[in-house]
Design a protein around this ligand. Structure first.
Ligand code: GDP
Ligand code: MG
Length: 709
C-alpha cells in the first residue's frame, strides 16, 4: 500500500514548490487566492517505498471560509493520510503556526516543515527548531524547498515518521478550557457523529458552525453551552500565547553567520525608507493613488473604451441589425440589444480595470510590500478592531467592492474578517462615481468636485465609525485575537509566470461572474422594467411591473426627498450594478425629472448618499455570502440599507435646513469646529476616567506588549 502524504499550510508557504520537488512535477507555483482550486496528487517511488503526495489548497485555519479551504479541511478531517505535513514559512512562523496548533489539536499524524530557511540564512539568522520540536512534541523539519538535497531529507524523514510510534502533541492550554463540561453536555451527539471527541468539544467552544451542524445539537443543549460563555476569542488567544511561548527566541542571530548579510538593527535600507515614520503613509497613499490613476484612469479607461467599442460595433450592432432584418419581434430585439448586449456588455467593459487592479495587487502582495503596509497601519486600526490587512481590503473597495472582498481572506481573526467584509462595501466603489458626477453636475455646477470628494470621505468615515461601534459596544463581532503582524517577509521579485497566471485567472473569474449572475439579473430587471402585467411589452417602461412595484415602495423614500417611482426604480436596478443607477436615471428623464420637489438640491445629495451607502450590487452580496456565510450576508444587507436610510435622512434634512435658513458660511464652520471639539473632549474625558488602556484584561497581548515597551 502506498504511503499517503498530504501537504497543508497557509497560502504561499511553498507547498507546491515542495510538491514539485518531491514528485518531479511542474505544477504552477504561486498561489494567489483561488489559483489552486482543487488538490493535485502524484505517486512516486522513494527508496523502494510507494508514496502518494497530495498538494492541498492553502488554508489559514480549520474553520473554513472559502471553497478551497473546505477541500483542504475535509481532506484533513477525513484522516485518510498517513502523514499530514504542515508547511510553515520561517518568515511568518507565528501566523503560520496557528494552523499547526489546530492540526495538532485534531490529532493528525503531523510533521511540521519550516520552509524558506535559505532566506533566514541570508539574514544571518538561525532557527532553533529542536526547542519547538521538544516543547510541542511534534517532528519539525527546517528546510528549503528550493534545494533538492533538502527535499530528499524531507522524504526520508517523512518515511521514517510514518513507521514510527506517534506521540501525542503537547498542548497545555487545552487544560484552561472547560472541555469536560462541553463533553458532558454533548456526549450522546459526539458518539453519534463519529467526530473526534476532544477536538469536537474544542470546536464547539469555538462556535464552529460546521462541527455544530454535524453534531446536530438540540435547542436545550445550545442553551446550556451558551451558559458556559463565549470562548471563541479566548481559544484563539490561548493558541497565540502558546505560539509566542514556543517561538520565543527561536530565531537568533547566527554567531557563525555571514556578517555581511546581517541586517542592521533589523531593518533593511529599503525598509528604512518604506517604514519611515514620516514617509511611510505619504508613500503608501502616493502608490495607491498611482495605481488608481492607472487602473481606473487612463490605461484602464482606455482599454475599457476599446472593449466597449468592440462590443457595440462588432457584436451588438450587427446582431440587432440582423435580428430586425430577420423579422424578430420588437421586444426580442430590444431584449438582446438593450438588456443583454448593452447591459452585460456595459459591465464586461470593466474587465481590463479588474484585471489591472488584481495585477497591481499581486505585485504588491508578492513583493512583500503589503505585509509592510499592514504592519504600519496595524496599531492604528487595531484600536477599532480591524487590522492592517483590513485597510488593504478597504482601499481596494474604492475600486470594486465584490473583488475587494476576496482579499479579506488573508485575515485570520474571524471577527475582524467579518467586519472587514461587512464594512468594505461602504467604500465608494468606482461604479458609483458616474452617479455622483452626473447628479452633482446637474445641480451644483461649481461645487461638484467637493461633493464627489465628500462622498468618498463619508463612505470611509461611516465604515470607521461602525467598526468602532462594533468593537466597543460589546457586540459579538468584537475582535478576538489581534496579534497578527509581527514578522515581515523579505522583499521578493514576482515572476513573470505568476503574473501571467494572476491575470488569466482573474479574467476568467470575472467573465464567469458577468456571464452567470449579472447576465441573469440583467435579463430579469430588463423584463420587469419593459413588461406590464396588463399591456405586455411597453417600450418606454410606463406601467411596467418594475414601475408598479417601485411606486409601492416609493412612499418610504418620501422622508429622504426622493419618494417617486423613477428614483426608486433606478435604485432597484442599481442592485444589479451601480452603473445601472445612472443609466436608468437617464432613460427615465434625467436628474432634473427625478428631483423636482421643493428642495431638489438636498434630495439630490440625499440620493447620492443613499447610492453611496446601500448595497453596492448583487455580485457583492454573492461575494459576501461566499466569504462570511448567508447569515452575515443578510446582516450586512440590512446594515447597509439601514445605515443608508438613516444617513440620507440626516443629509436631506440638514440640506433642507440649510436651504431654508441660508446660514452664513462662518456659522457652518463654527458648528463643525464646535462639534469636533466637543467630540475630542468627550474622548479625552473617557480616557481619563478609565485610565489609559480601555481594553485591559481583554486585549491581553496588546497590553503585555505595551508594558514591555
Ligand atoms: P504554495 O502557495 O504554498 O503552494 O506556495 P508556492 O510553492 O507556490 O510558493 C510560493 C512562493 O515561495 C513562490 O514564489 C516560490 O518560488 C517561493 N518559495 C517556495 N519555497 C521556497 C524556498 O525554500 N525558498 C525561497 N526563497 N522561496 C521559496
Ligand atoms: Mg500552491
Amino acid at each position: 500500500m502506498a504511503l499517503k502524504v498530504a501537504l497543508t499550510g497557509n497560502p504561499n508557504v511553498g507547498k507546491t514548490s515542495l510538491y514539485n520537488r518531491v514528485t518531479r512535477s511542474f505544477e504552477h507555483v504561486g498561489n494567489w487566492h483561488g489559483v489552486t482550486v482543487g488538490s493535485i496528487e502524484k505517486t512516486v517511488v522513494y527508496e523502494g517505498k510507494t508514496v502518494t503526495v497530495t498538494d492541498l489548497p492553502g488554508m489559514y485555519s480549520l474553520s473554513v471560509y472559502s471553497f478551497e479551504e473546505g477541500i483542504a479541511r475535509d481532506r484533513v478531517l477525513e484522516g485518510s493520510d498517513d502523514v499530514v505535513v504542515n508547511i510553515c514559512e520561517v518568515n511568518n512562523l507565528v501566523r503560520n503556526m496557528y494552523l499547526t496548533l489546530q492540526l495538532a489539536e485534531l490529532g493528525a499524524p503531523l510533521v511540521v516543515v519550516v520552509n524558506m530557511m535559505d532566506e533566514l540564512k541570508k539574514q544571518g539568522k538561525v532557527l532553533d527548531a529542536s526547542r519547538i520540536e521538544k516543547e510541542l512534541g511534534v517532528r519539525v523539519i527546517p528546510m528549503s524547498a528550493k534545494y533538492k538535497t533538502d527535499s530528499d531529507t524531507f522524504m526520508s524523514e517523512v518515511c521514517s515518521f510514518a513507521d514510527s510510534e506517534k506521540a501525542k502533541p503537547i498542548l497545555p492550554y487545552l487544560k484552561q478550557l472547560p472541555l469536560a463540561k462541553v463533553e458532558s453536555i454533548i456526549s450522546e451527539n459526539l458518539r453519534r457523529s463519529g467526530l473526534k471527541k476532544d477536538w469536537a468539544c474544542l470546536k464547539v467552544l469555538e462556535n464552529d458552525e460546521f462541527v455544530k451542524e454535524k453534531l446536530d445539537l438540540s435547542k436545550a443543549q445550545n442553551e446550556e453551552l451558551k451558559k458556559l460563555g463565549d470562548y471563541s476569542g479566548r481559544v484563539a488567544q490561548l493558541r497565540y500565547e502558546y505560539i509566542d511561548y514556543l517561538t520565543e527566541g527561536a530565531i537568533k542571530d547566527d554567531p557563525k553567520g555571514d556578517k555581511k548579510h546581517k541586517s542592521e538593527g533589523g531593518l533593511s535600507s529599503v525598509d528604512r525608507f518604506v517604514l519611515n515614520k514620516y514617509l511611510a503613509l505619504p508613500l503608501f497613499l502616493l502608490l495607491m493613488a498611482a495605481i488608481f490613476v492607472v487602473t481606473f484612469g487612463f490605461l484602464g479607461k482606455w482599454l475599457s473604451d476599446l472593449l466597449e467599442l468592440f462590443i457595440s460595433n462588432c457584436i451588438g450592432g450587427p446582431l440587432t441589425a440582423w435580428l430586425s432584418h430577420a423579422g424578430a419581434p420588437k421586444w426580442v430585439v430590444a431584449l438582446i440589444g438593450d438588456g443583454i448586449i448593452n447591459g452585460v456588455g456595459g459591465i464586461l467593459v470593466f474587465l481590463p480595470q479588474v484585471v489591472l487592479l488584481f495585477f497591481f495587487l499581486a505585485l504588491l502582495e508578492d513583493s512583500g510590500y503589503i505585509s509592510r503596509v499592514a504592519f504600519m497601519t496595524d496599531g492604528l486600526f487595531r484600536k477599532i478592531g480591524l487590522s492592517g490587512r483590513s485597510v488593504f481590503t478597504m482601499l481596494m473597495g474604492f475600486g470594486c467592492s465584490a473583488t475587494a472582498l476576496l482579499t479579506a481572506r488573508g485575515l485570520e481573526d474571524e471577527n475582524t474578517r467579518k467586519k472587514t467584509v461587512l464594512l468594505t462595501p461602504f467604500m465608494s466603489c468606482s461604479a458609483r462615481l458616474p452617479v455622483y458626477t452626473a447628479i452633482a453636475g446637474a445641480f451644483f455646477l461649481n461645487g461638484r468636485p467637493l461633493i464627489v470628494f465628500a462622498m468618498y470621505v463619508l463612505g470611509a468615515a461611516v465604515a470607521i465609525v461602525i467598526a468602532a461601534i462594533m468593537e466597543h459596544s460589546g457586540s459579538r463581532l468584537k475582535s478576538g485575537k489581534l496579534s497578527f503582524i509581527m514578522e515581515m517577509p523579505p522583499y521578493r521579485m514576482p515572476t513573470f509566470e505568476r503574473v501571467f497566471q494572476i491575470i488569466a485567472n482573474n479574467a476568467k473569474v470575472y467573465i464567469i461572474r458577468v456571464g452567470t449572475v449579472i447576465f441573469a439579473f440583467n435579463v430579469i430587471i430588463w423584463l420587469l422594467s419593459n413588461f406590464s402585467l396588463t399591456k405586455g411589452f411597453v417600450s418606454d417602461g410606463s406601467g411596467s411591473i418594475l414601475q408598479t412595484v417601485a411606486g409601492l415602495i416609493a412612499p418610504c423614500f418620501a422622508p429622504l426627498g426622493f419618494g417617486n417611482w423613477r428614483a426608486v426604480t433606478s435604485l432597484l436596478s442599481g442592485l444589479v450594478a451601480k452603473e445601472i443607477v445612472i443609466s436608468s436615471i437617464s432613460s427615465l428623464g434625467g436628474p432634473e425629472a427625478i428631483f423636482m420637489e421643493e428642495y431638489a438640491g438636498a434630495a439630490a445629495v440625499a440620493f447620492m448618499t443613499f447610492t453611496l451607502l446601500y448595497t453596492p450590487c448583487i455580485a457583492t452580496l454573492g461575494a459576501m455570502r461566499k466569504e462570511i456565510g448567508l447569515k452575515y450576508m443578510f446582516f450586512g444587507l440590512f446594515l447597509q440599507l439601514g445605515v443608508a436610510y438613516v444617513i440620507s435622512l440626516l443629509v436631506y434634512w440638514s440640506g433642507v435646513l440649510l436651504i431654508m435658513f441660508k446660514p452664513p458660511v462662518w456659522g457652518i464652520v463654527l458648528v463643525c469646529v464646535g462639534s469636533i471639539l466637543v467630540a475630542t473632549l468627550m474622548i479625552a474625558v473617557r480616557r481619563l476616567v478609565s485610565g489609559g488602556c480601555r481594553s485591559c484584561g481583554k486585549c491581553g497581548r496588546d497590553c503585555a506588549k505595551r508594558k514591555n515597551k
